[in-house]
Design a protein around this ligand. Structure first.
Ligand code: ADP
Length: 287
């Protein structure tokens, strides 16, 4: 079992291009940002063992928006938590590229349940990571305010979380993640509990922030349409123990909103993904 957090690597292009690709990976190019090889995870307690992941091979490239799609319980969150360092015992290898010399975060998680502090104002929630990194107050507040502006919450800087709707709280979580300026954003079904309209609006805002900042994003969802709307590529995972069944390109024009995506291409891809996923959903019910 590996007890180390994912290794950061910082390597010349030659080594990157020489990297072996597994046959099911779609055709993304660029420098690898995340490389997972043979990753497995079994949760053990005194009374039981749950094999959550087995033999996950995956490469995510710099500045890519990569979606992980799979049935509930197939290990998507576990994989993301391994990438973030929150789960430190796993088998196999994970490397995350880092060109950072400033000591800032390499990865940052955004959860479905917001993860914001109820006793802090919106501004202090968004600036919290920078405070922990020792960034001076004026600088961190400037940066936090600029992202609050981008997510439409500038006038709520002094409000407390209980004064916000679910969609607004998730905007706070997203503003905080971008304010922290990590190299990789790890997003675990961040819009899973929101109503359809709020979800669409937040998807559009997220895509706009992503295209502005060009962060590498790994985004977990069980919603096929969401994965197609957001991703450059998507991985369909098998039922538990989760592995990668297939990686598909989402070859649709950007900038993307649900309304701007050509209907025929969207439908064809959605059907292809459902073809891959439906067996896994069926199997996950019986596991
Ligand atoms: P997903 O995100 O795809 O829904 P998870 O990664 O949350 O899947 O969970 C995968 C499997 O691992 C599930 O069977 C879940 O019950 C189990 N699991 C997740 N976290 C733990 C844990 N801390 N202890 C024991 N089992 C866990």
């Amino acid at each position: 079992m590996n007890r180390e957090p994912p290794k950061a690597f910082n390597e010349p292009d030659s080594k990157a291009t020489a990297m072996a690709e597994t046959s099911y990976e779609a055709s993304a190019t660029g420098s690898p940002c995340i490389r997972a090889r043979g990753v497995g995870k079994t949760y053990s307690s005194r009374s039981s063992e749950v094999e959550a992941l087995t033999d996950v091979d995956l490469t995510v490239y710099d500045q890519e928006f990569f979606c992980l799609l799979g049935p509930s319980g197939c290990g998507k969150s576990t994989f993301l938590r391994i990438l973030s360092g929150l789960v430190s015992e796993y088998s196999g290898e994970i490397e995350i590229s880092s060109a950072r010399a400033d000591g800032g975060s390499v990865t940052n998680m955004v959860f479905q349940e917001y993860g914001i502090f109820p006793w802090k104002t919106v501004l202090n929630n968004v600036a919290f990571g920078l405070k922990m990194d020792g960034v001076r107050k004026q600088r961190r507040h400037e940066r936090a305010r600029s992202y609050l502006e981008k997510v439409g919450l500038a006038e709520f800087a002094d409000a407390y979380p209980h004064q916000l709707s679910g969609g607004m709280k998730q905007r706070v979580a997203i503003a905080r993640a971008f304010t922290n300026d990590p190299e990789v954003l790890l997003m675990d079904e961040p819009f899973g509990v929101l109503d359809a309209q709020t979800k669409r609006n937040l998807q559009t805002e997220l895509l706009s922030l992503w295209s502005e900042t060009k962060k590498t994003v790994v985004y977990v969802t069980h919603d096929i349409e969401e994965a197609i709307t957001l991703g450059d590529r998507l991985a369909v995972m098998t039922a538990r123990p989760g592995g990668v069944k297939e990686v598909l390109d989402v070859d649709l024009p950007r900038p993307r909103t649900r309304g701007s995506i050509p209907t025929d291409e969207f439908t064809t891809l959605r059907e292809r993904v459902w073809e891959l996923l439906s067996d896994e959903v069926q199997q996950s019910v019986t596991r």
